[in-house]
Design a protein around this ligand. Structure first.
Ligand code: ATP
Length: 404
């Protein structure tokens, strides 16, 4: 289904210059345009399962993505991210459950709508450009149903939008990785899909290029209002791109929420580990609490004598000079004020802007890792004061579920 809107690109006065581009070619001074809005659609997975022989790659995934929303699918290798994307696109069928686009069933027990009739755009990590087609032909590939002139015009317009119109008649081999990524993005977006599915679209790019391409891609997705599902391995990428993040493990959705939700209330140790570097310290539960050097903390739901895990973020440990009573980080709503503990720096690793320190802390059986500003000039053997705000720690049961 193609949207009935005309694909207009009102031009900006001055295009930003992107990494890897030179302005040697006069065509480079042609301003880039802005994509027009498409119709946004909702995308819903309803108890989707996918079996391969005896193995279940998806074990009942339910997720509703609102029109125009960008959701990042995050999880370890083999947890089923690509399978879910392929099922949304129609390349694969679910073994059970349903997929709906705009509340219309596109895969389920009753019907199966083929990929080309779903208004879905797909972009893979290897970009999959056709080497024997020119860059313009690559982009126009998805517009084969249009008259040739019109397809060419639309393809040129979106190539201009991604700043590559001057390469229209060249072949993909002449492009850098970032430029190929932009061509692949243009090719996927030019039919104005209502739903955009991207499988690790930035993994082939180096770190600096990745940042700018993430921004570029997000702005194009926002302009076209495409409902987007983006697979990634990288929590930071998911936090930058996603309105919400859906965390998967072993064929199931573990947690869905905004970046802030997932950071503050991860719900599971597995999720907490994804979003920050943490110290995990086990304690035995007695009468529903654990007694720790930073105070008595509730561990509801954990049986008497069972283990609960205290999680302290490396960045949540505030270090100061030994005579500093309270270097900050306390929570005003917390009735028990944070107390400075005595500590000694056991090791320091220089990591650029921050230092990773190993600190022996009064009351803890084992050293804690802390990340602190490198500027402070931390030295091995130095005495320090250590403040850990009890309001900012997490407590999990031994099976990894958050206890409060
Ligand atoms: P990665 O991040 O490494 O790409 P993923 O989370 O995308 O992994 P999937 O590719 O969806 O994971 O695979 C999920 C599980 O399904 C894996 O165990 C994989 O081996 C299995 N699987 C996927 N496709 C097939 C297939 N065609 N036949 C058999 N097993 C498959």
């Amino acid at each position: 289904m193609r949207a009935a809107l005309t694909f207009k690109f009102p031009f900006r006065a001055k295009p930003p210059r992107l990494p890897g581009e030179t302005h040697a070619n006069p065509a480079a001074s042609v301003p880039r345009g802005r994509a027009a809005a498409a119709f946004a659609a909702s995308l819903t997975f309803d108890a989707v399962e996918r079996r391969y022989g005896q193995d279940k790659a998806l074990k009942g995934v339910s997720l509703a993505i609102a029109p125009g929303e960008v959701v990042c699918l995050l999880g370890p290798s083999g947890c089923g991210k690509t399978t879910l994307l392929r099922i949304a696109s129609g390349i694969e069928k679910p073994s059970r459950g349903r997929v709906l686009i705009n509340d219309r069933e596109v895969a389920g027990p009753e019907r199966f709508v083929p990929p080309e009739e779903r208004s879905v755009g797909l972009m893979f990590q290897d970009f999959a450009l056709f080497p024997h087609l020119t860059i313009l032909e690559n982009v126009a590939f998805g517009l084969r149903q249009l008259p040739k002139d019109e397809a060419r015009r639309e393809a040129l317009t979106i190539l201009a939008r991604v700043g590559l119109e001057r390469y229209a008649d060249g072949y993909p081999q002449i492009l850098s990785g970032g430029q190929q990524q932009r061509v692949a993005l243009a090719r996927a977006m030019v039919p104005r899909p209502a739903v955009m599915l991207m499988d690790e679209p930035f993994s082939g790019l180096d770190v600096q290029l990745r940042d700018s391409m993430q921004e570029e891609t997000l702005s194009l997705l926002r302009e076209t209002r495409a409902t987007s599902l983006i697979v990634t391995h990288h929590p930071e990428e998911a936090m930058r791109l996603g309105d919400r993040i859906a965390v998967m493990r072993d064929g199931l959705l573990v947690k869905v929420g905004t970046a802030e939700d997932l950071y503050r209330h991860p719900g599971e140790l597995f999720v907490a580990r994804m979003f920050s570097e943490i110290n995990e310290v086990p304690y035995k539960v007695s009468k529903g609490v654990i007694s720790t050097p930073i105070g008595t903390l509730p561990a509801p739901g954990v049986a008497q004598g069972e283990t609960a895990v205290l999680c302290i973020r490396e960045r949540g440990i505030v270090l100061g000079m030994p005579d500093e009573k309270k270097p900050g980080g306390s929570n005003p709503s917390d009735s028990s004020p944070t107390r400075a503990m005595a500590g000694r720096v056991l090791d320091v690793k220089f990591l650029g802007d921050v230092a990773l320190l190993e600190v022996g802390v009064q009351g803890f059986d084992r050293p804690l890792r802390a990340r602190a500003r490198e500027l402070e000039g931390w030295r091995r053997g130095a005495e320090v004061s250590v403040v850990i705000d009890p309001a900012r720690v997490l407590v999990f049961s031994a099976n990894g579920s958050e206890t409060r």
